[in-house]
Design a binder for this molecule. Sequence first.
Ligand SMILES: CC(C)(COP(=O)(O)OP(=O)(O)OC[C@H]1O[C@@H](n2cnc3c(N)ncnc32)[C@H](O)[C@@H]1OP(=O)(O)O)[C@@H](O)C(=O)NCCC(=O)NCCS
Length: 181
Amino acid sequence: MTTQALPSTIYTMDDNQVVRIRQAQEEDLRGMEWDGEYAHFRHLYRQHFQNSLSGSTLIWVVENEVGKIVGQVFLMLLSSQSELADGIHRAYLFSFRLKPVYRNQGLGGFMLEFLENYLVGRGFDTLRINVARENSRARHMYERHGYQVVGTEEGRWRYRDQNNQWQAVHEPAWRLMKRIG
Ligand SMILES: CC(C)(COP(=O)(O)OP(=O)(O)OC[C@H]1O[C@@H](n2cnc3c(N)ncnc32)[C@H](O)[C@@H]1OP(=O)(O)O)[C@@H](O)C(=O)NCCC(=O)NCCS
């Protein structure tokens, strides 16, 4: 896939703090662990970052006024699972999270629209998201933005943690989809 600099944007929080949504750099990987809370995803984040160098996965981070990483979103354009992302029409959004104090102020919805516009500009017409079945708040937000449940997902996967131990995840999910084009 072609690699190109990703667009960035800013958003003003309720307290007037301005955050910047921009392409992740290698130096951001540690910040994306949120002071250890997500250290277990260290290898996973690095692997996705490697994929971002070829453009198959794109990563945006949210940086606050003092340069701390307070959010992130990953967008897979091309996957070996073509029902998720086929590199042309369909993309897959995942690992979307904001630190709690930055939630419920419209930032997540703003980022979703920003990414949808970016994808439409690149010719994509469908965005897929998996949301954990217990995460009804996130599901509600996506539905408000026009996403529809199109199926269920077993949600079994594995990752190697920061201590090189394999961890198994079982997180049943809803498959959501939106026609964005
Ligand atoms: C999911 C997530 C990224 C959404 O981001 P967010 O910034 O909280 O989303 P928004 O603020 O745009 O929308 C959330 C709610 O805030 C409300 N809201 C929007 N703008 C607002 C504002 N200016 N002031 C107060 N509330 C507002 C919305 O009405 C929305 O409520 P609704 O879903 O009941 O309609 C974020 O909540 C998060 O990180 N959650 C934990 C991780 C997670 O669940 N990720 C999703 C995995 S699929």
